[in-house]
Design a protein around this ligand. Structure first.
Ligand SMILES: Nc1nc2c(ncn2[C@@H]2O[C@H](COP(=O)(O)OP(=O)(O)OP(=O)(O)O)[C@@H](O)[C@H]2O)c(=O)[nH]1
Ligand SMILES: [Mg+2]
Length: 228
């Protein structure tokens, strides 16, 4: 028998909120991975506004797990267009592990087990491919006592800066944190716009294919990660 120390950071609650605009009623452990879809209005409120479906993949597990588990997870990282790094604000270790999660997801932690054939161009390509929008989301803000908020939020601000990412801190059980027009909602919208651009704008700066108004089609894929 193995005892697994496991802490749920709130990924499923977050994804539900992002996709259904509702609080997840009865959260239970996610087995393997789950997928939900967010309907996102790209460049909302502008003449270029278009609606996209964005898949959110809720990928869990333990960041330090065996290579077999890691390689299973690696399947999900193919064709990723954005990454939401989810950490639990009440758990410092959760935040510290985001770095390892991001390296895994960006495929930069791969040990050279086979024969690695590479040259300068290849490395540049790799780097270019890693320009994936990142968003850091801290959960359970409501569980941080008023007296500790400044300290915690200062710490997470530095963390987000390290990733060159925007950050949102919230309570996943309260939809008001993502209320329309709020600064969180604006950040979120900007992030998903970047994901769409990552998916549809080629590197030489081509425009998004000209679809007629509000036509819906498969959007980018997004991975939501956490540490436990
Ligand atoms: N107070 C508070 N509770 C939260 C918050 N986010 C999630 N929870 C609760 O934390 C518990 C775990 O949430 P889940 O969304 O299932 O977490 P998860 O990361 O998907 O967990 P696994 O699927 O087991 O990896 C649930 O009881 C949620 O209601 C939050 O921001 N504030
Ligand atoms: Mg879950």
């Amino acid at each position: 028998t193995a005892t697994i120390k496991y802490k749920s950071v709130g990924k499923s609650s977050l994804v539900h909120l992002l996709c259904q605009n509702q609080v997840l009623g009865n959260p239970s452990w996610t087995v393997g991975c789950s997928v939900d879809v967010r309907i996102h209005d790209y460049k909302e409120g502008t003449p270029e506004e278009k609606t996209y479906y964005i898949e959110l993949w809720d990928v869990g597990g333990s960041v330090g797990s065996a290579s077999s588990v890691k390689s299973t997870r690696a399947v999900f990282y193919n064709s990723v267009n954005g990454i939401i790094l989810v950490h639990d604000l009440t758990n410092k270790k959760s935040s510290q592990n985001l770095c390892r999660w991001s390296l895994e997801a960006l495929n930069r932690d791969v040990a050279p087990t086979g024969v690695l054939v590479t040259n300068g161009d290849y490395d540049r390509e790799q780097f270019a491919d890693n320009q994936i929008p990142l968003l850091v989301i801290g959960t359970k803000l409501d569980q941080i006592p008023e007296t500790k908020r400044n300290e915690v939020l200062t710490r997470t601000a530095f963390l987000a800066e390290d990733f060159n990412a925007e950050e949102i801190n919230l309570d996943c059980t309260n939809p008001r944190y993502l209320a329309a027009g709020s600064s969180n909602a604006v950040k979120l919208s900007r992030f998903f716009d970047k994901v769409i651009e990552k998916r549809y704008l080629s590197r030489d700066g081509n425009q998004i294919p000209g679809f007629s108004d509000r036509k819906r089609f498969g959007g980018g894929t997004l991975k939501s990660l956490h540490y436990d």
